[in-house]
Ligand binder design. Structure first.
Ligand code: HAM
Length: 437
């Protein structure tokens, strides 16, 4: 007999298993609550888009467009790409559906979902990963930069992520950046021999990215490279000063980081990253990243419209938060013994669910059902055997308190809802409160 090899998930992807779901839900519910408070509207865009959208939006010279896109030609001969990020798609949808007119300006959008990049997988870096992101379109004000950064800080504080650093820089504008680029290229050319292969390549294609190089020798050279902060034009400087003052007012600590350049081409002025010092993330310690992109909308064929936004990677947050201790536990496992009891339990389970109780219907021998209820971390086990059926009652075992009582079928919902039920770990009570509201 030839044994077929089982098919595994593709390299760089991961199944998010039931035991991790409470953590993921907590991240998403917390973020969604804060998006609502800040007046953001959710938008859901396609997983694949015309390849040109990303090539034009993110820039041909970026690693993402040059090397990391999942691009394919469909049966209609169109070149399509699995989205490597959310900004380009959100901006396309904003233009296509005139969201500025419908939602007012500035337009605040948020999105969530899988993104795809052909990168070398490692801890915190996958080929399919998940982002939650925001984009604000239609305002040049540093108030909007400050507000979006504070939103990320609020979400991370609500998730109790511990110490995080907000690193900031300005990449200037079409007025001052070309000047900086020139000065930088002169420096890079002068030290060409000492830079790595990639940096030499980038000196010609995307010189600012050289500042991002992680090779120790290049980092050392970059320390003495010209500082963009010294070259910013007056309006860019004022923009940054106002942003920093607003962050100060909100008590957000920031660190000006002149080597922060980001990997995507669309940024102007503010760029920022929120970085964790936790050793659990290894080198992939950037939780959230973003910035301002005042030219992107025009590049994608729209009217001049400034924008600012960020995205965070859910995998990295989930790694920091750790796993929950199990998926949401049922309030009650109903254990019928025999066919008549099964009918009664089937009906009762439905009635209880309509009242908001989480019920799992068991089957088989009693000891198996007890084991099952214990493994699920259920609070109660309800037994219906011949005696119970005859009396119209349930034997209710409180698995946590190790006590037992009998309750008539008609009173069970009332009995379960009257007593607060301990929240399963990893949920902070939020999920349970909703279930029993
Ligand atoms: P990004 O820096 O490419 O920016 O990604 C943002 C975040 O997504 C990263 O900080 C990281 O947490 C997560 N991430 C990125 N790549 C991976 C990966 N391969 N595996 C796991 N997590 C990853 C953007 O995508 C921009 N669209 C952000 C933005 C929005 N800028 C303006 N608006």
């Amino acid at each position: 007999m030839v044994l077929m090899e089982a098919i595994k998930a593709p390299r760089g992807t991961a199944d998010i298993l039931p035991e991790s779901i409470p953590t993921w839900r907590r991240i998403e519910r917390t973020a969604e609550a804060w998006f609502d408070r800040y007046g953001f509207h959710e938008v859901r865009t396609p997983i694949f888009e015309a390849t040109e959208l990303f090539a034009r939006g993110m820039g041909e010279a970026t690693d993402v467009v040059g090397k990391e896109m999942y691009t394919f030609v469909d049966r209609g001969e169109r070149s399509l790409t699995l989205r490597p990020e959310g900004t380009a798609g959100a901006v396309r949808a904003y233009l296509e559906h005139r969201l500025g007119e419908r939602l007012g300006s500035p337009t605040r959008l948020w999105y969530a979902g899988p993104m795809f990049r052909y990168e070398r997988p490692q801890k915190g870096r996958q080929r399919q990963f998940h982002q939650l992101g925001v984009e604000v379109l239609g305002s040049t004000s540093p108030l909007v930069d400050a507000e979006t950064i504070l939103l990320a800080v609020d979400i991370f504080a609500a998730l109790e992520l511990g110490y995080l650093e907000v690193q900031l820089n300005s990449l200037g504008c079409p007025e001052c950046r070309p000047r900086y680029r020139e000065i930088l290229v002169v420096y890079l050319e002068a030290h060409r021999a000492a830079y790595c292969e990639t940096c030499i390549e980038r000196t010609a294609t995307n010189p600012l990215r050289v500042l991002d190089c992680k090779v120790p020798g290049c980092r050392e050279l970059n320390r003495a490279a010209p500082d963009i902060q010294q070259v910013l034009c007056e309006p860019c400087r004022t923009h940054q000063d106002r942003l920093l003052a607003l962050l100060d007012v909100a008590g957000v600590a920031w660190k000006l980081t002149p080597t922060l350049v980001r990997g995507l081409d669309y940024y102007t002025r503010t760029v920022f990253e929120i970085v964790s010092d936790s050793s659990g993330l290894g080198s992939q310690n950037t939780l959230c990243a973003g910035g301002r992109y005042d030219q992107l909308v025009e590049e994608l064929g729209g009217p001049p419209t400034p924008g600012v936004g960020w995205a965070f990677g859910e995998e990295r947050l989930a790694l920091l938060l750790g796993e929950g201790t199990g998926s949401e536990a049922p309030d009650l496992v109903l254990a019928p013994l025999g066919e008549a009891a099964e009918r009664q339990a089937f009906l009762l389970a439905h009635e209880l669910r309509e009242s908001g109780v989480r019920v799992e219907l068991g089957s088989g021998k009693l000891d198996r059902q007890i084991k099952h209820a214990t493994r699920l971390n259920a609070r109660y086990l309800g037994i219906i055997g011949d005696d119970e059926l005859a009396r119209g009652e349930l034997t209710l075992k409180d698995l946590a308190a190790r006590s037992q009582e009998t309750v008539s079928f008609g009173k069970i919902a009332e009995r379960l809802l009257s007593q607060p039920i301990a929240a399963p770990q990893g949920l902070n009570g939020a999920g349970r409160a909703r279930a029993l509201d």
